[in-house]
Design a protein around this ligand. Structure first.
Ligand SMILES: [Mn+2]
Length: 284
């Protein structure tokens, strides 16, 4: 079939549909981050569906891919999490340029900056040039936590509340799955309702954009705060690719340089609705 089958890989269990190589939607670049493999919050099955549906010349892993903090406490590594890693490695082997910028939860990998593993290049940050000639600084974003000291107390209070919210988010979606309802992000709704969270996010975005301006680039791509966004700050465009714990989003660059945030839960729901409609039509 393809070169992959000749590799000495363990048999992969492929949850969901695996589209043949040629039928994947192709982008110039894809950015994903904050996957948090090794935690229960990670939506690995949705990410697998995403990886099986899209392809790109370059794939950026913008940090917090594996959650080393959680894994140190307790090893949690289901098959689906392993499948994500294999899919990324296969992609690198097939010729996609894969650039991995470790975040604060996988800072363990920062010591390997400049090295390459199976075609995955580890970098601290990266300058991406778009098809329309713009230079974008790509980094994880935790670099700005120190500058946001005034908000530290919020981070501490926020952490406990956040963990609770994530547990609740998972329970709600277990019930929704059981009721055959599509994925819905409770925390996304909550975050937009809490004034402090909104202020925090907006301050972070401003800081990152300001730093990008200092470095004379046209924009910045980051992750870290689990909030996908495309926002203009003067001459600087701020991009955040979101996460695969709550929002399940990715940032993509089209072949003409146009940038877009993909909301994968919505895409999956739309696809399912179309499939259901086709089935009803067939039955009628
Ligand atoms: Mn982070």
């Amino acid at each position: 079939m393809n070169a992959i089958t000749t590799l000495p890989l363990p048999p992969l269990q492929r949850p969901g549909r695996l589209s043949p190589r040629g039928s994947r939607r192709h982008y110039r670049a894809i950015w994903i981050s904050d996957i948090h493999l090794g935690t229960r919050g990670c939506n690995a099955h949705m990410l697998i569906d995403f990886l099986d549906s899209v392809d790109s010349d370059v794939l950026y892993l913008v940090g917090d891919i594996v959650d080393g903090w959680q894994l140190r406490k307790k090893v949690y590594w289901p098959t689906a999490h392993n499948d994500v890693v294999w899919r990324v490695m296969k992609r690198a082997r097939r010729g996609t340029r894969v650039i991995y910028i470790p975040g604060n939860h996988d800072e363990l990998f920062r010591q390997f900056t400049g090295l390459s593993f199976g075609g995955v290049e580890v970098r601290r940050k990266f300058i991406h040039e778009t098809a329309d000639g713009r230079k974008l600084l790509v980094l994880h974003g935790d670099e700005f936590d120190g500058i946001m000291l005034a908000h530290r107390w919020l981070a501490v209070v926020g952490d406990a509340a956040y963990t609770m919210l994530m547990t609740l988010n998972r329970r709600v979606n277990q019930v929704r799955r059981w009721m055959k309802l599509p994925y819905w992000s409770l925390s996304k709704v909550a975050k937009h309702k809490v004034k402090n969270a909104v202020a925090f996010i907006s301050r972070f975005e401003e800081l990152v954009a300001h730093e990008a301006g200092r470095r004379r680039v046209d924009g910045v791509v980051c992750g870290h705060i689990h909030t996908a966004e495309i926002r203009q700050f003067g001459d600087i465009t701020y991009y955040n690719d979101g996460d695969w714990v709550e929002g399940c989003t990715a940032l993509v660059e089209h072949h003409d340089g146009r940038m877009e945030i993909l909301h994968w839960a919505d895409e999956m729901a739309a696809r399912k609705a179309a499939e259901d409609a086709a089935r009803i039509e067939l039955a009628a």
